[in-house]
Write a protein that binds this ligand. Structure first.
Ligand code: ADP
Ligand code: MG
Length: 258
């Protein structure tokens, strides 16, 4: 049984069919890229899976349970996590305190975090930081970290609830190519080690080709292709719809503007 099975999923905003009856599935241990031009419906799809948005039609079965109609907190408790940007207000906390906060939240003890974050599950938080290569910086203020390191901490925070499925919407936005590749290589390692699944959106085709096990392509709310990255790359419909005439993945890779 697939960890996630989406069928006939649809969402409209007014007359705009943002997501138009898409179907896909995701297995444990798999890193799946969701790509498509701006406005294709990627974030809307994510938000239906995590419960922020309610689907108009279709089904989202996760670990044998229908998610449509459930509250975000319920979906999160069942093992669907997502990465969040570290809020400004938490920038004054140290790296390890940020992860301890996330562990408190996972334990539903948020009410007492102010008094107890300093000693709550510090060892667990350090173990999570070690997994993302950030243990040595645990006691530094989050505000002084390099951007790529902040992204690693955000990943550690998302792992605090030990998700079975992690949703990452544009995780590498604003990062340099080298940092992007490092973050997704790390993500892939966690996927394999923990047997979890990751669904992520990404604009850099290099990153998708280098790290994704499989990819699905959305255009105007419809799923137009699915498969292994190198097979999808050569699909004429994908080349035409995703890049427009005359623009190809090869040109995109070379950084040729559209
Ligand atoms: P992507 O993440 O692929 O860029 P989105 O899922 O954000 O695309 O958007 C898909 C379509 O739905 C776009 O046409 C967008 O304008 C529209 N849309 C997204 N969210 C809303 C909303 N809250 N209200 C109205 N329209 C929305
Ligand atoms: Mg989006």
């Amino acid at each position: 049984m697939s960890l996630l099975r989406v069928e006939g999923l649809g969402k409209s905003f007014g007359g705009n069919r943002a997501v138009d009856g898409i179907a896909f599935s995701l297995e444990r241990g798999e890193l799946l890229a969701l790509i498509g031009p701006n406005g294709a419906g990627k974030s809307t799809t994510f938000d239906m899976v995590n419960g922020q948005l309610r689907a108009d039609s279709g089904s989202i079965v996760f670990d044998g349970v229908e998610l449509i109609g459930r509250k975000p907190r319920d979906i999160w408790r069942r093992g669907v996590g997502r990465t969040f940007q570290i809020a400004e207000t938490f920038a004054s906390l140290t790296v390890v305190e940020n992860v301890q906060m996330a562990l408190l939240s996972a334990d539903a003890k948020l009410y007492s975090f102010l008094s107890r974050a300093a000693d709550h599950r510090r060892d667990d938080a350090l173990a999570l930081l070690e997994q993302v290569g950030m243990k040595a910086q645990a006691d530094r203020p989050s505000s002084v970290l390099a951007y790529g390191d902040v992204k690693r901490v955000e990943l550690a925070i998302a792992m605090a609830n030990a998700p079975k499925l992690l949703l990452m919407d544009e995780p590498t936005a604003g990062m340099a190519p080298k940092e992007r590749n490092e973050l997704m290589a790390l993500t892939k390692r966690l996927v394999v080690e923990r047997g979890m699944a990751v669904l992520f959106t990404e604009h850099s085709m290099d990153v998708v080709f280098a790290h994704a096990d499989r990819m699905i392509v959305l255009a105007r709310g419809r799923l137009i292709a699915e498969g292994r990255p190198l097979d999808v790359r050569d699909d004429p419909q994908v080349q035409a719809v995703y890049f427009g005439s005359g623009r190809t993945f090869e040109k995109a890779k070379a950084g040729v503007a559209s």
